[in-house]
Write a protein of this length. Sequence first.
Length: 161
Amino acid sequence: METIETKLTYRIATAADLPACAQLWLEMFEAVGKYRESDFVADWRERFVRYGTGRIPSGEYRYFVVEDSGGIVGCAGALVRDGYPFEISGVRNGYIFGVSVKPHMQKRGIATVLTTQCVDFLKEIGVGRILLHASPFGRPIYQKMGFIPTNEMELPFKRRL
């Protein structure tokens, strides 16, 4: 008996895939109630693609996608954190972001496979630890993989456009 998983193709994303990843990134935020597209600047999609395209050549940024016959149905990103305090300390921490699977494909282990690909990539390039932000939906997946809750806190402000 053939399962849906046999029809899926996992691969490293190319720059041409980043617009689809941007859409899934937005859908992830909207699904958990974190942001709506109206919260973002008008050119956020172009910024998303520009940032990813600029970081891919460094070897410190990678997106993974999963496709079925209709196109990309899930993705996850991994990168070496940049900016403060990493530019100062030289400590290389990995960050996993944008783990998103289309609703009709959820509950099939796809997010776990994508996250594992991200972890493997970050281990391979030698980061000291991996961080991520977990939605209530993703937290059980990440905890099963060995991630532990940390002391990070948030003070949200309403954005004025």
